[in-house]
Design a protein around this ligand. Structure first.
Ligand SMILES: [Zn+2]
Length: 392
């Protein structure tokens, strides 16, 4: 049983702590014309994207979707719906749905986020889609972390904190005049965007961080304040304020002091805990057709389960050192489970047909070509060392 399953079964003993939402979290709210739910797949680890077959099927629909996504993200919504990052991806709480809770990221959102806010970056589309994925994932992981912290307080106080807070919150939206968009807790969105920027800032070049910052600047109140909460102190305060918001009423009743600056509430969030974060299921929704993009234009690659070795490859393989041959056999098994991160597995720039390079030991590489549409097997087309493979 997973950690969260254990938490859920404990919460079941607290009256009103859990509910069963009728909603289907894999459906994007109010997308018109979508009758069938898009196919969803579970994503583990760090996926890689391939847009080698990018093609727009319906230019008018694509333009319309871009404009409506921009308006939703920037808070100019005309009909009811989610705004800010939640217009692109969302987290469904285990408090509301014990079976299908988790993070949902549609492929269409990656394409839209890229087109609207990332396309000027001097990177190829596959890398920008990967960036879009991490922007959405890091933001939503913060919502999971807050949910998780709330559950701990619920177990301590034996009280239905999260659902009661949400019920009160939804009953009195903070801006009564604005009834067109869903109410959201502004400080939690500040913390979520700050967390996302902090995560990107650790590894990404300055230019990427600047571009993502201007994406955040365009988002509505709460979200855009994430820009001012990326420092350690401001971030800890945004997280503490988020938890205090959930706990306010209960803190009075139970005489909890959540105000002490020496008590770092940030530590209650499992953000640095890879195992805890891995408990939160992430699902990708294959909904490209709904925005006028040809299905298969963006593919998320998590593993390679089937490989056909070309004759040329077999000939080259026979000439290799036994150690290299053994390494390839081992690697073939590993990539059935997951792919290594770039540059250990990466698409080669400007190769036709599109070709990926997988690093083996001692500078050796295997070149792989993705499956043709409708087929599943990758083709291993060449093996050799760095020089032989034309990597210069
Ligand atoms: Zn959010």
């Amino acid at each position: 049983m997973s950690l969260i399953d254990g938490v859920i079964s404990e919460l079941a003993g607290i009256r009103n702590a859990l509910g069963q939402d009728a909603g289907e979290p894999w459906r994007r709210p109010r997308r018109r014309g979508s009758t069938e739910a898009p196919a969803s797949a579970r994503v583990t680890g760090d996926p890689i994207f391939d847009s080698g077959r990018w093609e727009i099927a319906d230019q008018r629909l694509w333009e319309e979707e871009k404009e409506s996504a921009r308006r939703a993200v920037e808070g100019e919504v005309l009909s009811s719906g989610r705004t800010g990052i939640e217009a692109l991806a969302w987290y469904a709480s285990f408090h509301d749905n014990q079976r299908d809770w988790g993070i949902y990221i549609p492929l269409s959102s990656l394409a839209l986020l890229d087109e609207l806010y990332l396309s000027k970056l001097p990177m190829d589309r596959d890398r920008r889609l990967r960036l879009a994925w991490s922007i959405l994932l890091h933001h939503e992981q913060m919502h999971f972390a807050v949910d998780h912290a709330c559950a701990w307080f619920e177990l301590m106080l034996r009280a239905p904190i999260r659902r009661e807070f949400m019920a009160r919150f939804k009953a009195e939206p903070p801006l009564p005049a604005v009834t067109t968009s869903e109410a959201y807790l502004e400080i939690e969105e500040t913390a979520a965007n700050a967390h996302m920027l902090r995560q990107l800032g650790r590894a990404a070049p300055r230019q990427i961080v600047r571009t993502v910052e201007s994406f955040v600047r365009n988002q509505p109140a709460g979200y855009q304040e994430g820009l001012n909460a990326t420092g350690d102190t401001a971030f800890a305060e945004a997280v503490a304020e988020t938890l205090r918001s959930y706990l306010a009423l209960w803190a009075i009743e139970h005489r909890l002091d959540l105000g002490s600056r020496e008590m770092n509430l940030l530590r209650l969030l499992p953000l640095g805990d890879g195992n805890a974060l891995a408990e939160c299921t992430v699902r990708v929704l294959d909904d490209l057709a709904e925005v006028g993009v040809v299905p298969g234009s963006v593919r998320l690659i998590q593993c390679i389960t089937e490989i056909v070795e070309s004759q040329n490859f077999e000939r080259q393989l026979r000439c290799q050192d036994p150690a290299v041959r053994r390494d390839w056999s081992r690697r073939k098994e590993q990539i059935k489970i997951g792919l290594p991160s770039p540059p250990r597995f990466e698409k080669l720039k400007n190769w036709e047909p599109p070709t990926w390079s997988l690093r083996l030991r001692d500078g050796y590489r295997v070149h792989l070509q993705p499956p043709d549409p409708g087929t599943a097997a990758w083709r291993a087309v060449a093996i050799g060392n760095h020089k032989e493979m034309g990597h210069g």
